[in-house]
Design a protein around this ligand. Structure first.
Ligand SMILES: Cc1cc2nc3c(=O)[nH]c(=O)nc-3n(C[C@H](O)[C@H](O)[C@H](O)COP(=O)(O)OP(=O)(O)OC[C@H]3O[C@@H](n4cnc5c(N)ncnc54)[C@H](O)[C@@H]3O)c2cc1C
Length: 421
């Protein structure tokens, strides 16, 4: 519980309307897309770095735990507060494109698809594209070091962060402007993947690329996962722009024949790759046909959810390339022991697989998810792109994270209970 005087102090900083306290809305902010639940003491909605700074000074002085939050679409519990004040960043959503420098500045609460739309107006392009592109904020994407489509060739969002405005836990505002495509030193990169544990990202400068002049997608059908994996290795060697996978169950949900599919994006031309694909059972999609395919693909999450209760646990793994086939067949073996169905899809150019668990019983799904985490560890996999937060058994080099945390957040107010530090 926050004392009345602290609630009043929050209202002084943010204004009456932007402090949510003592309302049922706090329940929404007590969880995110993960199955974890916590407790939000209050929610504040800043409109400026100055407000964040004043608030963090207050929080540090009174030892109040703070959880930054974008859209709450992370699936590792990163935005779940444990008796903390949640900082909802979505009011800070300004986007400024600097076309001549191929740079975009976006405040942390800007939605990723809005940034992409602004860039399109200038024939520019930000390659990483999460499935949650229409809901997730850029602050959450950077804080999770998210990825999505196109990781092999274009990297994760980390590769695009060239500057940042960040508010440290003691309220100090640090501005690292990004005007070029080079990032000297490590300063702002430390916050990429920090999942709200080191400070609040207020805005980011991203380098962006010229938009592809032309694009097409090759849709390749395989009878089984084994055959798909055999061809995947060869396809990846030709550096495709992206490779997305759907298994036979996902395929039938999208009204394709019950087979395994790879969708391979090619921007411009990639002669060697395209010659190779021509020998496979594949269809080339361009223009409206291609657009319609990706729009349909975007509905997959909703289609899966229609099959039963879907919990976002045990569904985000980066698997060694050499073990993708084994991972898929092992998931099927594990699934047989449970009263649940698993729909497998993912970004195979970064070997990131999403086994989506659906069942009538969330408890059954959670038990199955735990088995998948164990399986992942056995196969040398790690959690993929949706955050680490409460799945810290996958966090490597925890000693470095612990020391960094102590340096930047000595009183430990930022997102406690995450990373196991
Ligand atoms: C259907 C679905 C599909 C998805 N597909 C993908 C995908 O393809 N690729 C991918 O990478 N992810 C994917 N995700 C996961 C998730 O959407 C991403 O990690 C996303 O970037 C999180 O953004 P958010 O705004 O929802 O952040 P939140 O979930 O609100 O927060 C995520 C973490 O970042 C911290 N944080 C948020 N904002 C700030 C800030 N301003 N400063 C400091 N810390 C902050 C939070 O404390 C938390 O730890 C998917 C999720 C869902 C539900």
């Amino acid at each position: 519980m926050l004392s009345t005087s602290l609630v009043n102090a929050l209202k002084e900083i943010f204004g009456e309307e932007d402090v949510l306290h003592g309302t049922r809305v706090l329940e929404v902010y007590s969880t995110d897309a993960s199955p974890f639940y916590g407790k939000a003491l209050a929610v504040v909605r800043p409109e400026s770095e100055k407000e964040i700074s004043k608030f963090l000074k207050l929080a540090e002085k009174h030892g109040i735990a703070v959880v930054p939050r974008g859209s709450g679409s992370g699936t590792a519990g990163g935005a779940v507060p444990e008796n903390a004040v949640v900082v909802d960043m979505k009011k800070m959503d300004r986007i400024e494109v600097v076309p001549e420098d191929m740079i975009v500045f976006a405040q942390a609460g800007a939605i990723i698809s809005d940034i992409k739309r602004e860039l399109e107006k200038h024939d520019l392009f930000l390659p990483p594209e999460p499935g949650s592109v229409r809901i997730a904020t850029i602050g959450g994407f950077v804080a999770n070091n998210g990825s999505g489509k196109r990781g092999l060739k274009y990297g994760t969002i980390r590769n695009y962060v060239v500057g940042m405005n960040v508010v440290l836990p003691d309220g100090k505002v640090v501005r690292i402007p990004g005007k070029t495509h080079r990032v000297p030193g490590m300063s702002c990169q430390v916050f990429v993947g920090s999942e709200g544990t080191l400070g609040i990202i207020a805005g980011v400068y991203l380098r962006v690329l010229p938009a592809p002049r032309s694009r097409k997608t090759y849709l390749i059908e395989f009878d089984d996962a084994g055959e798909m994996v055999t061809h995947l290795t060869e396809i990846l060697r030709h550096l495709p722009d992206s490779v997305e996978y759907i298994d036979e169950r996902c395929a039938s949900l999208l009204d394709f024949s019950e087979a395994h599919y790879l969708a391979v994006e090619v921007f411009g031309e990639n002669r060697v790759l395209e010659d190779h694909l021509a020998d496979l059972n594949c269809e080339m999609l361009e223009g409206d046909e291609e657009r319609r395919f990706w729009e349909r693909r975007e509905t997959l999450g909703a289609e899966i959810a229609r099959k039963g209760t879907r919990i976002y646990a045990g569904e985000d793994f980066a698997v060694p390339f050499s073990r993708i086939g084994e991972f898929i067949s092992s998931v099927r073996e594990v699934e047989r022991e449970f009263d649940a169905e698993v729909y497998i899809y993912g970004h195979l150019d970064t070997s990131n697989l999403h086994p989506a668990i659906v069942s009538e019983s969330p408890e059954e799904s959670l038990r199955l998810a735990e088995r998948l985490y164990k399986l992942a560890i056995k196969l040398g996999a790690t959690v993929g792109e949706h955050g680490v937060a409460k799945r810290w058994e996958f966090l490597k080099g925890r000693e470095i994270v612990r020391r960094l945390k102590y340096c930047l957040d000595p009183t430990g107010i930022m997102n406690p209970g995450k990373f196991g530090v």
